[in-house]
Design a protein around this ligand. Structure first.
Ligand SMILES: [Zn+2]
Length: 159
């Protein structure tokens, strides 16, 4: 089972993030011949190590937003700054997306791999994952960012 911080972030994104995140997507890699999966994934995949993987431990959330899709990449690039702005309340230890990683202090450094070109990975430590007191702040931030029809970057300031 996922920890309170994971659950709160998942719920905030589902109800106040881009509506796309409440939907499923087609994953061609799902065995044996592809399948529909949720875009907000707290549980580990069957290939993950149950002991070492932070998802198995209930400390991480994957937010499926493909970097090769301009709209999805735009959503990701608007969600990550909200996480960073709330980092002191959210107490995550790591956010990874599309070649970059941010630590709990908001410091950005390269994290180059192919896995994180399909999703944002956000992870908490043992202590932080138990706290979800940031939920309403995250919900407000997501609402303010995405409530106006999920307009793309550059447009939302005009509404
Ligand atoms: Zn992950």
């Amino acid at each position: 089972m996922a920890g309170p911080a994971v659950e709160a972030t998942q719920k905030a994104l589902k109800f106040f993030g881009p509506s796309l995140l409440a939907q499923t997507y087609w994953d061609a890699a799902k065995k044996p011949s592809g399948g529909w999966l949720p875009r907000l994934q707290a549980a580990p995949g069957p290939h993950k190590d149950k002991n070492k993987d932070p998802h198995a431990a209930g400390r991480a959330l994957d937010i499926i937003l493909f970097a090769k899709n301009p709209l999805e990449k735009d959503y990701a690039e608007r969600i990550i700054p909200l996480f960073l702005r709330l980092r002191q309340k959210m107490r995550f230890i790591s956010v990874i997306y599309n070649g970059w990683e941010w630590n709990g202090g908001g410091v950005k450094f390269p994290h180059v791999d192919t896995a994180h070109k399909t999703h944002i990975h956000i992870e908490w430590g043992q202590t932080g994952v138990g706290l979800a007191d940031f939920a309403s702040d995250l919900e407000d931030a997501l609402y303010n960012e995405f409530s106006k029809g999920n307009l793309a970057s550059g447009d939302y300031g005009l509404a």
